[in-house]
Design a protein around this ligand. Structure first.
Ligand code: OSB
Ligand code: MG
Length: 354
Protein backbone atom coordinates (compact mmCIF):
# COMPACT_ATOMS: atom_id res chain seq x y z
CA UNK A 1 0.00 0.00 0.00
CA UNK A 2 1.59 3.25 -1.16
CA UNK A 3 0.54 6.81 -0.45
CA UNK A 4 2.13 9.96 -1.88
CA UNK A 5 1.75 12.90 0.48
CA UNK A 6 0.88 15.81 -1.79
CA UNK A 7 -0.52 18.54 0.49
CA UNK A 8 -0.31 19.42 4.16
CA UNK A 9 -2.43 22.31 5.43
CA UNK A 10 -2.56 23.91 8.87
CA UNK A 11 -5.85 25.46 9.92
CA UNK A 12 -6.28 27.55 13.09
CA UNK A 13 -9.27 26.74 15.26
CA UNK A 14 -10.21 29.03 18.14
CA UNK A 15 -13.24 28.83 20.42
CA UNK A 16 -14.25 30.00 23.88
CA UNK A 17 -14.95 27.21 26.41
CA UNK A 18 -18.55 27.02 27.64
CA UNK A 19 -17.21 27.49 31.16
CA UNK A 20 -13.67 28.31 32.37
CA UNK A 21 -11.38 25.32 33.09
CA UNK A 22 -9.65 26.20 36.38
CA UNK A 23 -6.56 24.42 37.71
CA UNK A 24 -3.71 25.36 40.04
CA UNK A 25 -1.58 25.96 36.93
CA UNK A 26 -3.86 27.87 34.61
CA UNK A 27 -7.32 29.17 33.93
CA UNK A 28 -8.37 28.33 30.37
CA UNK A 29 -11.24 30.33 28.89
CA UNK A 30 -10.47 30.09 25.21
CA UNK A 31 -8.86 27.25 23.29
CA UNK A 32 -6.76 27.51 20.17
CA UNK A 33 -5.54 24.42 18.29
CA UNK A 34 -4.10 23.75 14.84
CA UNK A 35 -6.00 21.33 12.63
CA UNK A 36 -3.63 19.39 10.35
CA UNK A 37 -5.01 18.23 7.00
CA UNK A 38 -2.84 15.81 5.02
CA UNK A 39 -3.80 14.91 1.45
CA UNK A 40 -2.57 12.14 -0.79
CA UNK A 41 -2.06 12.43 -4.54
CA UNK A 42 -5.19 10.30 -5.07
CA UNK A 43 -7.28 12.77 -3.07
CA UNK A 44 -7.58 10.98 0.28
CA UNK A 45 -7.59 13.26 3.34
CA UNK A 46 -6.32 12.57 6.89
CA UNK A 47 -6.72 14.78 9.94
CA UNK A 48 -4.68 15.45 13.07
CA UNK A 49 -5.06 18.11 15.75
CA UNK A 50 -2.16 19.90 17.39
CA UNK A 51 -3.20 20.41 21.02
CA UNK A 52 -0.35 22.51 22.44
CA UNK A 53 -1.70 25.45 24.45
CA UNK A 54 -1.22 29.13 23.61
CA UNK A 55 1.37 29.46 26.41
CA UNK A 56 3.71 26.77 27.86
CA UNK A 57 1.84 26.14 31.15
CA UNK A 58 1.23 22.42 30.68
CA UNK A 59 3.95 21.35 28.24
CA UNK A 60 6.90 23.29 26.82
CA UNK A 61 5.37 23.55 23.37
CA UNK A 62 2.95 26.26 22.30
CA UNK A 63 0.61 26.88 19.37
CA UNK A 64 3.24 29.24 17.92
CA UNK A 65 6.20 26.87 18.42
CA UNK A 66 4.24 24.00 16.87
CA UNK A 67 3.21 26.05 13.87
CA UNK A 68 6.83 27.14 13.37
CA UNK A 69 8.18 23.59 13.62
CA UNK A 70 5.46 22.09 11.44
CA UNK A 71 5.74 24.75 8.72
CA UNK A 72 9.52 25.04 8.60
CA UNK A 73 10.78 21.60 9.59
CA UNK A 74 8.25 18.76 9.57
CA UNK A 75 6.13 19.58 6.53
CA UNK A 76 9.22 19.97 4.28
CA UNK A 77 10.40 16.53 5.49
CA UNK A 78 7.09 14.87 4.60
CA UNK A 79 5.74 16.73 1.57
CA UNK A 80 6.04 14.76 -1.65
CA UNK A 81 7.16 11.61 0.19
CA UNK A 82 5.99 8.21 -0.90
CA UNK A 83 4.92 6.37 2.25
CA UNK A 84 4.25 2.64 2.43
CA UNK A 85 3.35 2.34 6.11
CA UNK A 86 2.27 4.94 8.68
CA UNK A 87 5.03 3.64 11.00
CA UNK A 88 7.56 5.36 8.68
CA UNK A 89 6.65 8.82 9.95
CA UNK A 90 8.11 8.37 13.45
CA UNK A 91 11.68 7.57 12.24
CA UNK A 92 11.40 10.28 9.57
CA UNK A 93 10.71 12.86 12.30
CA UNK A 94 13.19 11.42 14.82
CA UNK A 95 16.03 13.54 13.42
CA UNK A 96 14.12 16.54 14.80
CA UNK A 97 14.63 16.99 18.56
CA UNK A 98 11.67 17.18 20.93
CA UNK A 99 8.60 19.01 19.64
CA UNK A 100 6.46 15.94 20.21
CA UNK A 101 3.10 17.70 20.03
CA UNK A 102 3.97 19.15 16.61
CA UNK A 103 5.17 15.74 15.38
CA UNK A 104 2.15 13.93 16.81
CA UNK A 105 -0.36 16.16 15.02
CA UNK A 106 1.09 15.41 11.57
CA UNK A 107 1.81 11.76 12.33
CA UNK A 108 -1.78 11.24 13.51
CA UNK A 109 -3.13 12.77 10.29
CA UNK A 110 -1.07 10.25 8.28
CA UNK A 111 -2.43 7.35 10.38
CA UNK A 112 -5.98 8.56 9.67
CA UNK A 113 -5.11 8.76 5.95
CA UNK A 114 -3.83 5.17 5.92
CA UNK A 115 -6.90 3.86 7.72
CA UNK A 116 -9.03 5.58 5.06
CA UNK A 117 -6.86 4.07 2.32
CA UNK A 118 -7.41 0.63 3.88
CA UNK A 119 -11.10 1.46 4.33
CA UNK A 120 -10.89 0.52 7.99
CA UNK A 121 -11.90 2.40 11.13
CA UNK A 122 -8.67 3.63 12.73
CA UNK A 123 -9.48 1.75 15.94
CA UNK A 124 -9.60 -1.51 13.97
CA UNK A 125 -6.39 -0.73 12.06
CA UNK A 126 -4.48 -0.33 15.35
CA UNK A 127 -5.94 -3.52 16.85
CA UNK A 128 -8.79 -2.16 18.97
CA UNK A 129 -11.26 -4.69 20.27
CA UNK A 130 -13.89 -2.63 22.07
CA UNK A 131 -17.01 -1.25 20.51
CA UNK A 132 -17.86 1.36 23.08
CA UNK A 133 -15.55 3.46 25.24
CA UNK A 134 -16.48 4.37 28.83
CA UNK A 135 -16.85 8.13 29.22
CA UNK A 136 -15.15 10.24 31.87
CA UNK A 137 -15.32 13.91 32.69
CA UNK A 138 -13.14 16.48 34.45
CA UNK A 139 -14.46 18.95 36.98
CA UNK A 140 -11.97 21.82 37.08
CA UNK A 141 -13.74 24.49 39.07
CA UNK A 142 -13.50 26.60 42.24
CA UNK A 143 -14.22 24.83 45.52
CA UNK A 144 -17.61 26.52 45.84
CA UNK A 145 -18.70 25.11 42.49
CA UNK A 146 -17.41 21.52 42.77
CA UNK A 147 -20.35 19.76 44.51
CA UNK A 148 -22.85 21.26 42.13
CA UNK A 149 -20.79 20.43 39.04
CA UNK A 150 -20.16 16.84 40.18
CA UNK A 151 -23.87 16.35 40.74
CA UNK A 152 -24.61 17.74 37.26
CA UNK A 153 -22.17 15.41 35.47
CA UNK A 154 -23.34 12.35 37.38
CA UNK A 155 -26.91 13.20 36.38
CA UNK A 156 -25.69 13.26 32.77
CA UNK A 157 -24.57 9.63 33.12
CA UNK A 158 -20.83 9.92 33.74
CA UNK A 159 -19.52 7.21 36.06
CA UNK A 160 -15.94 8.50 36.20
CA UNK A 161 -15.21 11.99 37.48
CA UNK A 162 -11.77 13.58 37.73
CA UNK A 163 -11.32 16.37 40.21
CA UNK A 164 -8.35 18.73 40.39
CA UNK A 165 -6.62 18.85 43.80
CA UNK A 166 -3.91 20.93 45.53
CA UNK A 167 -2.44 20.90 49.07
CA UNK A 168 -5.18 23.35 50.07
CA UNK A 169 -8.11 21.28 48.76
CA UNK A 170 -10.85 20.92 51.38
CA UNK A 171 -10.54 17.23 52.34
CA UNK A 172 -13.92 17.12 54.11
CA UNK A 173 -15.66 18.48 51.07
CA UNK A 174 -13.97 15.94 48.79
CA UNK A 175 -14.62 13.07 51.21
CA UNK A 176 -18.30 14.05 51.28
CA UNK A 177 -18.53 14.07 47.48
CA UNK A 178 -16.77 10.71 47.03
CA UNK A 179 -18.89 8.98 49.68
CA UNK A 180 -22.12 10.45 48.27
CA UNK A 181 -21.62 8.59 44.96
CA UNK A 182 -20.35 5.07 45.73
CA UNK A 183 -20.88 3.87 42.15
CA UNK A 184 -18.72 6.60 40.64
CA UNK A 185 -14.97 6.32 40.10
CA UNK A 186 -13.18 9.43 41.34
CA UNK A 187 -9.73 10.34 40.04
CA UNK A 188 -7.82 13.21 41.70
CA UNK A 189 -5.38 15.16 39.49
CA UNK A 190 -2.83 17.40 41.23
CA UNK A 191 -0.89 18.55 38.14
CA UNK A 192 2.27 18.49 40.27
CA UNK A 193 0.95 20.81 43.00
CA UNK A 194 2.50 18.86 45.94
CA UNK A 195 6.15 18.81 47.11
CA UNK A 196 8.19 17.31 49.91
CA UNK A 197 6.79 19.86 52.41
CA UNK A 198 3.20 18.98 51.57
CA UNK A 199 3.74 15.20 51.53
CA UNK A 200 1.68 14.73 54.72
CA UNK A 201 -1.23 16.65 53.17
CA UNK A 202 -1.12 14.29 50.19
CA UNK A 203 -1.40 11.32 52.54
CA UNK A 204 -4.76 12.61 53.78
CA UNK A 205 -6.17 11.89 50.33
CA UNK A 206 -5.37 8.20 50.89
CA UNK A 207 -8.42 7.68 53.11
CA UNK A 208 -11.07 9.03 50.76
CA UNK A 209 -11.56 6.09 48.40
CA UNK A 210 -10.11 7.64 45.26
CA UNK A 211 -9.47 5.30 42.31
CA UNK A 212 -6.10 6.96 41.74
CA UNK A 213 -4.08 10.11 42.35
CA UNK A 214 -2.67 11.66 39.18
CA UNK A 215 0.70 13.44 39.12
CA UNK A 216 0.95 14.61 42.73
CA UNK A 217 4.51 15.95 42.29
CA UNK A 218 6.53 17.71 39.60
CA UNK A 219 7.40 15.86 36.44
CA UNK A 220 11.00 15.11 37.49
CA UNK A 221 10.13 14.12 41.09
CA UNK A 222 10.66 10.38 40.59
CA UNK A 223 11.77 9.84 44.21
CA UNK A 224 8.73 11.55 45.69
CA UNK A 225 6.41 9.55 43.44
CA UNK A 226 8.18 6.32 44.49
CA UNK A 227 7.78 7.34 48.13
CA UNK A 228 4.07 8.02 47.60
CA UNK A 229 3.67 4.60 45.96
CA UNK A 230 5.42 2.95 48.95
CA UNK A 231 3.59 4.83 51.68
CA UNK A 232 0.09 5.08 50.22
CA UNK A 233 -2.52 2.55 49.20
CA UNK A 234 -4.22 4.68 46.51
CA UNK A 235 -2.61 3.92 43.12
CA UNK A 236 -0.23 6.62 41.90
CA UNK A 237 -0.69 7.63 38.27
CA UNK A 238 1.83 9.65 36.22
CA UNK A 239 0.73 12.14 33.56
CA UNK A 240 3.21 15.01 32.95
CA UNK A 241 6.22 12.79 33.87
CA UNK A 242 5.58 10.48 30.92
CA UNK A 243 6.79 11.92 27.62
CA UNK A 244 8.30 8.83 25.95
CA UNK A 245 8.93 5.09 26.34
CA UNK A 246 12.08 5.71 28.41
CA UNK A 247 10.05 7.61 31.01
CA UNK A 248 7.75 4.59 31.42
CA UNK A 249 10.82 2.33 31.77
CA UNK A 250 12.12 4.66 34.45
CA UNK A 251 8.80 4.63 36.30
CA UNK A 252 8.87 0.83 36.29
CA UNK A 253 12.56 0.60 37.35
CA UNK A 254 12.17 3.11 40.17
CA UNK A 255 8.68 1.88 41.16
CA UNK A 256 7.49 5.45 40.88
CA UNK A 257 3.92 4.72 39.79
CA UNK A 258 1.21 2.12 39.18
CA UNK A 259 -0.67 3.67 36.27
CA UNK A 260 0.06 6.04 33.39
CA UNK A 261 -2.02 8.51 31.43
CA UNK A 262 -1.61 8.04 27.68
CA UNK A 263 -1.64 11.33 25.82
CA UNK A 264 -0.67 10.72 22.23
CA UNK A 265 0.09 14.38 21.64
CA UNK A 266 2.55 14.54 24.53
CA UNK A 267 4.11 11.20 23.47
CA UNK A 268 4.76 12.21 19.84
CA UNK A 269 1.96 10.27 18.18
CA UNK A 270 0.70 6.78 17.42
CA UNK A 271 4.00 4.87 16.98
CA UNK A 272 5.50 5.80 20.33
CA UNK A 273 2.16 5.41 22.10
CA UNK A 274 1.68 1.87 20.75
CA UNK A 275 5.18 0.92 21.96
CA UNK A 276 4.29 2.27 25.39
CA UNK A 277 1.00 0.34 25.47
CA UNK A 278 2.94 -2.86 24.74
CA UNK A 279 5.47 -2.17 27.50
CA UNK A 280 2.70 -1.42 30.01
CA UNK A 281 0.91 -4.63 29.09
CA UNK A 282 4.10 -6.63 29.75
CA UNK A 283 4.57 -5.01 33.15
CA UNK A 284 0.91 -4.87 34.22
CA UNK A 285 0.95 -1.09 34.40
CA UNK A 286 -2.56 0.39 34.31
CA UNK A 287 -3.38 2.76 31.45
CA UNK A 288 -6.03 5.23 30.48
CA UNK A 289 -6.32 7.89 27.80
CA UNK A 290 -6.08 11.49 28.95
CA UNK A 291 -7.44 14.68 27.45
CA UNK A 292 -6.20 18.24 27.01
CA UNK A 293 -9.43 20.12 26.30
CA UNK A 294 -9.37 19.04 22.69
CA UNK A 295 -11.76 19.20 19.78
CA UNK A 296 -13.24 16.17 18.09
CA UNK A 297 -10.36 15.26 15.77
CA UNK A 298 -7.99 14.69 18.65
CA UNK A 299 -10.75 13.01 20.68
CA UNK A 300 -11.51 10.67 17.77
CA UNK A 301 -7.84 9.56 17.63
CA UNK A 302 -7.90 9.12 21.42
CA UNK A 303 -11.09 7.05 21.25
CA UNK A 304 -9.39 4.74 18.72
CA UNK A 305 -6.50 4.36 21.18
CA UNK A 306 -8.87 3.60 24.06
CA UNK A 307 -10.30 0.68 22.04
CA UNK A 308 -7.05 -1.26 22.52
CA UNK A 309 -7.01 -4.20 24.92
CA UNK A 310 -5.32 -3.41 28.23
CA UNK A 311 -6.57 0.16 28.47
CA UNK A 312 -8.95 -0.65 31.24
CA UNK A 313 -9.63 2.56 33.13
CA UNK A 314 -12.08 5.16 31.78
CA UNK A 315 -10.33 8.15 30.19
CA UNK A 316 -11.00 11.89 29.80
CA UNK A 317 -13.81 11.37 27.31
CA UNK A 318 -16.62 13.83 27.70
CA UNK A 319 -19.38 14.73 25.28
CA UNK A 320 -18.50 17.46 22.75
CA UNK A 321 -21.07 19.68 24.42
CA UNK A 322 -19.13 19.61 27.71
CA UNK A 323 -16.55 22.10 26.43
CA UNK A 324 -17.90 23.29 23.07
CA UNK A 325 -20.92 24.98 21.58
CA UNK A 326 -19.93 23.54 18.21
CA UNK A 327 -17.31 20.83 17.75
CA UNK A 328 -15.29 20.55 14.52
CA UNK A 329 -16.56 17.05 13.69
CA UNK A 330 -20.03 16.33 12.39
CA UNK A 331 -22.51 15.18 15.05
CA UNK A 332 -19.76 15.53 17.68
CA UNK A 333 -18.68 13.02 20.33
CA UNK A 334 -21.82 11.72 22.02
CA UNK A 335 -22.00 10.16 25.48
CA UNK A 336 -24.93 7.74 25.82
CA UNK A 337 -25.49 5.82 29.07
CA UNK A 338 -21.96 6.63 30.19
CA UNK A 339 -20.38 5.34 26.96
CA UNK A 340 -19.23 6.56 23.56
CA UNK A 341 -19.87 4.26 20.59
CA UNK A 342 -16.96 3.92 18.18
CA UNK A 343 -17.61 4.95 14.61
CA UNK A 344 -17.68 2.20 11.98
CA UNK A 345 -16.59 4.64 9.27
CA UNK A 346 -13.02 4.54 7.90
CA UNK A 347 -10.22 6.48 9.59
CA UNK A 348 -11.14 8.62 12.59
CA UNK A 349 -14.75 7.98 11.61
CA UNK A 350 -16.08 11.54 11.57
CA UNK A 351 -16.37 14.18 8.87
CA UNK A 352 -14.49 17.35 9.79
CA UNK A 353 -15.89 20.85 9.34
CA UNK A 354 -14.17 24.07 10.22
O1 OSB B 1 -3.64 17.27 33.51
O2 OSB B 1 -5.00 15.95 32.62
C1 OSB B 1 -4.52 17.08 32.70
C2 OSB B 1 -6.54 19.45 30.49
C3 OSB B 1 -5.54 20.26 30.00
C4 OSB B 1 -4.25 20.04 30.39
C5 OSB B 1 -3.94 19.02 31.29
C6 OSB B 1 -4.93 18.19 31.79
C7 OSB B 1 -6.26 18.43 31.38
C8 OSB B 1 -7.34 17.60 31.89
C9 OSB B 1 -8.27 16.87 30.93
O3 OSB B 1 -7.51 17.44 33.07
C10 OSB B 1 -9.40 17.64 30.33
C11 OSB B 1 -10.16 16.93 29.23
O4 OSB B 1 -11.13 16.18 29.50
O5 OSB B 1 -9.83 17.09 28.04
MG1 MG C 1 -3.33 15.32 34.38
Amino acid sequence: MVVTISEIDLISIKQPLKQPFKTSLQRVEEREVILVKVQSSEGLVGYGECVAFSTPWYTEETVASCRFVMENVLIPLLKGKVVERPEEIHPLFSRVKGNRMAKAAIEMAVWDLFAKKKELPLWQMVGGTREAIPAGVVVAADETEISEQVEAVIEKGYSRVKIKITPSTNIELLTGIVSRYPDTLFFADANGAFDEQSFEQLKQFDQIGLTLIEQPFGEQEWHLHARAKREMKTPICLDESITCLEDVERMIDEQAGDIIVLKMARLGGWSETLRIVELCRQHSIGMWVGGMIEFGVSKAHNLALAALPGISLPGDFSDSDHFWRQDIIDSGIKVRNGKIALSEKPGIGYAVRY
